[in-house]
Design a protein around this ligand. Sequence first.
Ligand code: FDA
Length: 304
Amino acid sequence: MERFMKNFFLFLAKSKILTRAAKAYGLRLGASRFVAGETLEEAALAVKELNDRGLAVTIDYLGEFVDSEAEASERTKRLIDVLEMIGKEKLTAHVSVKLTSLGMNLSESLVLGNMRRILEAAEAHSVFVTIDMEDFAHCQKTLEIFRMLKQEYDHVGTVLQAYLYRSLDDASALKALCARLRLVKGAYKESPEVAFPEKKDVDENFKKLIKACLLNGNFTAVATHDEKIIAYTKQLVKEHNIARDQIEFQMLYGIRPERQLELAREGYTMRVYVPFGTDWYGYFMRRLAERPANAAFVLKSLFK
Ligand code: FDA
């Protein structure tokens, strides 16, 4: 049943019709638990509150799969607004971006141009930018674009997904670039040809990735809510005397907020991924897929 629900929500996440309907409906259906608001002002308030509690942040202006150059350019402008807001309000925040929302499916030169505009603005406000990893179909291209940008800019990093067979090789190929990597389990529906189908194998590969990246000496962000993975990471840090400025934990907005505070109190940098914007539908469906029990929130809000 759990697997059926997971696949069901991942299938819904890809529906363009439902994405449009959700935009029109507004941030209801329980999504506000995982999304900080629809406007930049609402996001800024949420970030300030987290910063005041000792939590760092990475802001995600929600959106995927644009259909035109004009739309990709508009999204680039909005992201630059986010960067300016971080600078103006002196927030402790990075930014996370999805290359499909900046025109990756339309042309390489378009997405590179948009990313350069974002990275120039980020540099002006001393903000680090992480390129999120999307589905497997975009993985190779995302890494190629990341490599090109990393040769020009220092303040850019990306994500590796533990469910992919290729990720350990990618980690060692990226070692020489001294890339700042975020490690995650992976949130998309992938075929067993490219990704471990069993959770226990994903968890084992996650541990191998964390170890490889930390012992490579690269900055590593371990992005998970999984207590066993957190404990494993802390043990590695202790055993290998890894400096606290080489590692951070990351979690999603609205998930395990108490644990986020505890890790910050223990002296770890704890970065919360804060999504905002009207395009929240696909993100929200992936969160339900991770934990179908959360679907109860959706039903409750429908009846409210
Ligand atoms: P797992 O799903 O095994 O969950 C472990 C435990 O955490 C659960 O038992 C439960 O207690 C709690 N939990 C997990 N999800 C929950 C939820 N939705 N609601 C309530 N409790 C929940 N993925 C990707 O493919 N590309 C990316 O770029 C990113 N970026 C990213 C950034 C950050 C900061 C985070 C934390 C995650 C991502 N992800 C991602 C998502 C990631 O791939 C993964 O889907 C989720 O983090 C869930 O996996 P966990 O490691 O938390 O473990």
